[in-house]
Write a protein that binds this ligand. Structure first.
Ligand code: NAD
Length: 469
């Protein structure tokens, strides 16, 4: 039996960076993956969705937006097959890159489905049915991610009832799309198809879209979706559907106890992900798997069983690729005997809607709930020259700071390139920066980044391009 220092189960954004870091730290490592390398993120999530968001945005701009700046295009056509081929090409390139990076770091890569036989032995079943056993002397890292949740009354069916994975590969643009779940996936992919020409309806069970994100931010996205014709049902439950003789669908939802019917062509079910903690032999090996399927860990990624670690979606929320990656790197260092722990100031998040939303740290509501007195600074993109010059003036930067010390507690951005701008905020939180640090840092002009500097100055009462209170 082949023996390793560490075996990583899963080659998603948690598992493969963990294997690479273990290799860098001279640990004899094996990374096992049953599907395509890169996990949901690379194959059926973050990367392909960003490619389609880009393509859809270009199409929409060419058709509707650029005329206002004097760039008129006629005969703009959408070639779905080319768009899909281009997107698949990106995914393919990254797929190969993952394998190469793992091997380049000195770790082994094995294709197959892994299951724990004991606390140190893993059985791997390859696609051709061959089975082998491998042993880990020091550690097994569980990085098995999460899977799409299905609703019993909306079982996936061809290109009619789809999850995120299928929605990323539709062969044509649905005329009418109903999205069940106004969360991250629902709104990102809903935006894609709205821009590609679908009539969009969103059905959300809770009172708000994107629950958990600062409501000031989500309102801007909601209004823009509606401005472009989306119908949004909140506090509404999707009940079922009927297929019509012409192949179209009629979805029934319930809002305020009353049934509402919506005619459509495709339904996207995006009601969350469930952790892949079961069926891996973890419980048999004594590892705690909670009622939801998460594997609880400590600050160093340890489960309750010595030598077995978990990272990424399977170890608990937030279910984000970058959280998984950081956990993977840290756990690798822990296994190699380094002093490392998960002690970040924030896990930032980005939602690739139009405009984008990005957040780091506490919301105003969370700070107040903690009994903190806060100063708020807010700077609208409508007041920023660069934002006007790129016709992206919707949204703002909002900074939440401790009123007494001026320490930055949270930054919430809705607007152009929010997903990039948030990196400065994440660094500010990690460095325990004060409002003065952000406002005194010279930001090049004209850039979108000036909005952070101005929002910090606004909280201090001396923003330059907007009135101060
Ligand atoms: P989500 O939890 O973000 O949203 C699901 C939504 O569906 C919730 O608002 C929920 O209230 C609603 N819902 C549940 N059941 C419903 C029903 N029967 N009828 C109507 N609404 C219902 O989940 P998601 O959008 O599926 O995303 C899954 C995970 O993937 C999330 O944890 C997310 O963080 C992650 N993700 C992140 C990004 C990003 O960071 N940009 C992108 C995609 C996915």
């Amino acid at each position: 039996m082949k023996t390793y220092d560490a075996i990583v189960i899963g080659a998603g954004p948690g598992g493969y960076p963990c294997a690479i870091r273990l290799g860098q730290l001279k640990q004899k490592t094996l990374c096992i993956e049953k599907d395509r390398p890169g996990g949901v993120c690379l194959n059926w999530g973050c990367i392909p969705s960003k490619a389609l968001i880009y393509a859809a945005t270009q199409y929409e701009k060419a058709r509707h937006k650029n005329a206002e700046i004097g760039v008129k295009a006629s005969g703009v056509e959408l070639d779905v097959a080319t768009m899909q081929g281009w997107k698949n090409g990106i995914v393919g390139k990254l797929n190969q890159g993952v394998r190469a990076l793992v091997k380049g770091a000195g770790a082994d890569y094995l294709a197959g489905s892994a299951r724990l036989l004991s606390r140190d032995t893993v059985e791997v079943k390859a696609a051709d049915g061959t089975v082998e056993q491998v042993r880990a002397d020091k550690a097994i890292v569980v990085a098995t991610g999460s899977s799409t949740i299905e609703i019993p009354s909306f079982r996936f069916k061809g290109e009619k009832i789809v999850g995120a994975k299928e929605a990323l590969s539709l062969s044509s643009v649905p005329k009418r799309l109903v999205v069940i779940g106004g969360g991250v996936i629902g709104l990102e992919l809903g935006t894609v198809y709205q821009k590609l020409g679908s009539e969009l309806t969103v059905v959300e069970a809770l009172p708000d879209l994107l629950t958990g994100i600062d409501a000031d931010c989500t309102k801007i996205v909601e209004r823009k979706l509606q401005k472009h014709g989306a119908k949004i049902y909140k506090k509404a439950l999707a009940k079922g559907y009927e297929e019509q003789p012409d192949g179209s669908l009629v979805v029934t939802i319930e809002q305020d106890g009353k049934p509402v019917t919506i005619a459509c062509d495709v339904v996207l079910v995006a009601v969350g992900m469930r952790p892949n903690g079961r069926g891996l032999g973890l419980e048999e090996a004594g590892v705690t798997v909670d009622a939801k399927g998460f594997v609880p860990i400590d600050k160093q990624g340890r489960t309750n069983v010595p030598g077995i670690y978990a990272i990424g979606d399977v170890s608990g929320p937030p279910l984000l690729a970058h959280k998984a990656t950081k956990e993977g790197e840290i756990v690798a260092e822990v296994i190699a005997g380094h002093k490392a722990a998960m002690d970040w100031a924030s896990i930032p998040g980005a939602v690739f809607t139009d405009p984008e939303i990005a957040v780091a740290g506490m919301t105003e509501a969370e700070a107040k709930q903690k009994g903190l007195a806060v100063s708020i600074g807010k700077f609208p993109f409508a007041a920023l020259g660069k934002a006007m010059a790129i016709t992206e003036t919707d949204g703002f930067v909002k900074i939440v700071a401790d009123k007494a010390t001026h320490q930055v507690l949270g930054v919430h951005i809705v607007g152009p390139e929010a997903s990039t701008l948030i990196n400065e905020a994440a660094l500010a939180l990690e460095m325990a920066a004060f409002l003065e640090d952000l406002s005194l840092t010279v930001h090049p002009h004209p850039t979108l980044g000036e909005s952070l500097m101005e929002a910090a100055a606004h909280a201090l009462g001396h923003a330059i391009h907007i009135p101060n209170r």
